[in-house]
Write a protein that binds this ligand. Sequence first.
Ligand code: FAD
Length: 307
Amino acid sequence: PFDVLVVGGGPAGAAAAIYAARKGIRTGIVAERFGGQVMDTLGIENFISVTATEGPKLVRGLEEHVRSYDVDIMSQQRAKALATVDGLHEVTLESGAKLKSKAIILATGARWREMKVPGEEQYKTKGVAFCPHCDGPLFKGKRVAVIGGGNSGVEAAIDLAGIVAHVTLLEFDSQLRADAVLVTKLKSLPNVTILTQAQTTEVTGDGQKVNGLLYKDRASGETHRVALEGIFVQIGLLPNTDWLRGSVELTQRGEIIVGHHGETSLAGVFAAGDVTTVPYKQIIIAMGEGAKASLGAFDHLIRSSVQ
Ligand code: FAD
């Protein structure tokens, strides 16, 4: 068996694998797609100490760093179940293979929920964005929309209002669903328009970049157009934990509940990054959490009786 088996090859998983391998213990990493969400990212300007880089380039660096250690890398492999058998943890892959390990680090990340309307896919990274912390500054002085009036949408709108010229917030429901204190703050801002009962139906563009959106006013049934340069979709981040239901404790939203050392509800199973309850989903945070969970797993191993 492995001493540490990492599931997921994004920033959290890569950091966890490197920290484990550096302890001289048997380390494996299984990932459906090495690099995770970073592979889908064009410009990265908040990875501290690197002024600007691109996702695929950062992923090459991640992979090179993992490969410089004795780590068994199993990519293009999807995990489908986690079980504990005779004190060892066992991960079953879609291929049917079973991997045993004394400790497991879950780092399967998350994905943004999409609107699934025409134009959204075409204009991703060309005006359609999902992360205000990442892409907000790119829209300095421009007009943007935020889709979604929950806490993340309202937080994003308040954040963006300080950077961009104007923010239109569109909520499908008849009222915003964010905490009252956030709604009060949002309503106090001069450059924000709030539209409720607004269903976004299309992202429009000139072929190169976003130039607006169409929404249906659900009260009147009429369609309206908003001219703008950017759209931040904030309708939920979905953790990749469907395969873990029943094995480790999850929140209602499906995030793995972790403690201060990255431990989950199952002894010997740790978790890190976007898949967990850790607040703020960012590359630099995922890496730190991966390192932490790996050190947590090592601490667990040196105290455990499984040889
Ligand atoms: P992920 O990157 O999601 O990696 C998850 C890994 O698990 C992948 O290897 C995946 O293939 C694998 N996996 C999933 N399910 C399974 C399974 N069942 N079996 C095996 N493997 C599985 N953050 C920033 O800090 N700066 C930015 O500029 C930035 N821009 C972004 C732009 C976009 C478009 C997106 C989508 C995200 C952006 N982020 C940015 C957020 C950042 O990418 C994430 O916070 C970070 O990648 C999380 O790392 P992670 O390792 O936890 O998960």
